[in-house]
Ligand binder design. Sequence first.
Ligand code: KIV
Ligand code: ZN
Length: 555
Amino acid sequence: MTHDFIHHFYLGVVESKKNGFSYVIKGIFLPADYKLKNNVMNERIIIFDTTLRDGEQVPGCQLNTIEKIEVAKQLEKLGVDVIEAGFPVSSPGDFNSVVEISKAVINPTICGLTRAVKKDIEVAADALKFAKRGRIHTGIGTSPYHIYQKLNSNPEEIIKRAVEAVKYAKRFVEDVEFYAEDAGRTDNEYLAYVVEAVISAGATVVNIPDTTGYCLPSVYGEKIAYLVNNVPNIDKAVISTHCHNDLGMATANTLSGVINGARQVEVTLNGLGERAGNTALEEVVMAIQSHKDMNFKTGIDSKQIMKTSKLVSTLMRMPVQANKAIVGRNAFAHSSGIHQDGVLKSRETYEIIDPADVGIKESSIVLTARSGRAALNHRLEVLGYNLNQKKLDHIYKNFLVLADSKKEINDEDLAVLVGHEKKEKRILKLDEFQVVCGKSCVPSATITVNYNGKIITESSTGVGPVDAAYSAINKIVPVEVILEEYLVQAITRGSDEIGKVHVQISYNDITYHGFGANIDILTASVWAYLDALSKVVQQYKKTPEKKQAYEVNTH
Ligand code: KIV
Ligand code: ZN
């Protein structure tokens, strides 16, 4: 597309003339120079965060009030404009959270959700009484599914109820947002009537939710453009997007909405939300930040993204998938040799975002069988090993052999490869081990460990055989570690096959991993624990003042 085609720009809709036809182009591909032609300068997109409302509706993600306040304060640091703090009428807990967040947070507008029901609106207004800037978010379903099946109503009645709800909410607060639930599957002409009516009634924001995540980006964009072009009083309100991710298009739909005239986006951290989730805040913000040519900006401090994502994930007990855009563990990790070499030469070769911009220290180079010499050498240099070419070639050969049998090569493996393994040998070895367990007996274990030639035996009971064995080991190695994860896996099928055990423990806020594999999973469990503990003992043996912490019980 050349800029000659473009003759008009209006609220994000680019109209083109080609071969005598006039048509509207929508999508995220805008000509690089349209700013010059249309003089549109970085318009501010309002970030409405609904992690604490739509995000919190996810089964198992419920937070208590104290946790919600912690998230709200971090959202404030992140720079969101609006926090949807809850649905006050839904429970006393939600009501209380909206009250407390209103007191704890100063800069963002605090919003409470309601149905188009007087009681809901009264309760929300009450919950928002301490908010410096409070907003009531009220609405009703507008698609045929909602009008006829859910609400057993008709289109005229729905408009009446919508208008009444907005007018009633206006008695309590100035800022009233209206949502047309399932707008994604609502006829555009009818939707335009609803939107016009609620704006006349005083709505300051009109939310156009794709409640079921059904729309394609072009369809959602056209819907927003239709409202921009067909609602006479649309300039009196802000259009908001609210997209769900059922077809994996929430971010694309949100951006399409913005390009076509929406100026508020409703998002959640990590894309949490009903079913497949809502639009992810981090994706929209970084898309806007990365595509400066779109000429939009947000008030988000992107360096706070990772911290906020982690807080939400931890408190909501919802792990982030490793390959999640922006905040996934692998979002800035490079595994292929070609990519690693490219990134080490120049980060931009394979990274469109500087990890520091989202609060991550650096990209990570994962050493696997696909890694090249450059990546291996880079990691060795970081660890302080400066090797000549001959030595590097030799180590690289051994590295490939090891990498073929192990998924990932870690720093300890590298120490072994460069010949520093003698110092790092495991110092706690299992000598003998016996467990007694069964239906009507208390599980107990007796363990004998060889600690650098000293033989130590201890016994203990526990709630199960593994617990008993680990308690006995804890008597031998009195280091107060936290067992963070214990994972058993069968290597192959069948009850007579080898089982693998991974344990993750932490000591002084440092994480250590241990691994064991045996035909007997209890032996594998003991090996894995001793493997992890050996690393703790080894590490602290080096630090004289920490000597007490690793001293093995030799009484
Ligand atoms: O998805 C939706 O329609 C909603 C509304 C209640 C705003 O979450
Ligand atoms: Zn929703």
